[in-house]
Design a binder for this molecule. Structure first.
Ligand code: ZN
Ligand code: ZN
Length: 174
């Protein structure tokens, strides 16, 4: 969804609306196979001294690809992110600069429409695990034959025992 922040703020001090996340965003998110639809996002906009605070809230279910076994699994994530939007002309204004200095959740908007999907996509990207796994116990795929080890063992996965440990094992078995 795209909004015209400048126009919105001319009319209202605060605004609240919902939109549905574009499911095609999944393509931009690493490890995400799909986004469950419908995925409504609540947006609360508040105008503060010429800037706009946008608070995004969503409870989303993503279908992720497990980094070990490559199966898909559902992952629930909660988005609660506030982004401060400053008009473009503030960007190089020394008087305004201290208001956004060092703040990462800041964007600058101009006359063009602001794409809310893109903001939510970066918020999702921040919450995603580096290596998503379907379960802590996931055994993944055999590195030799590619067999799905969660289902059964394969022929190439015979445990190798270090000959030096073999003696120790014999001792322990006594
Ligand atoms: Zn897995
Ligand atoms: Zn194998």
């Amino acid at each position: 969804m795209k909004v015209d922040l400048a126009a919105l703020l001319q009319r209202y001090e605060t605004a609240e609306f919902m939109f549905e996340l574009d499911p095609l965003l999944a393509r931009e998110l690493p490890g995400v196979h799909s986004i469950e639809i419908p995925s409504p996002v609540t947006v609360k906009a508040q105008s503060v001294e010429g800037a706009v605070l946008l608070r995004f809230e969503a409870d989303l279910t993503l279908e992720m690809e497990c980094s070990r076994c490559l199966n898909y699994f559902p992952l629930n994530i909660i988005i609660d992110q506030t982004t401060t939007c400053f008009p473009k002309q503030f960007e190089h204004d020394p008087e305004q600069e201290q208001r956004f200095n060092g703040d990462e959740d800041v964007i600058f908007f101009d006359e063009q429409l602001l794409d809310l999907n893109e903001i939510v996509a970066s918020a999702i990207a921040l919450t995603l695990p580096m290596s998503p796994i379907c379960s802590e116990e996931c055994k993944g795929l055999c590195p030799l034959c590619g067999h799905q080890l969660n289902e059964s063992n394969c022929e190439c996965q015979k445990p190798e025992i270090d000959p030096r440990l073999e003696n120790l094992k014999n001792l322990l078995n006594r």
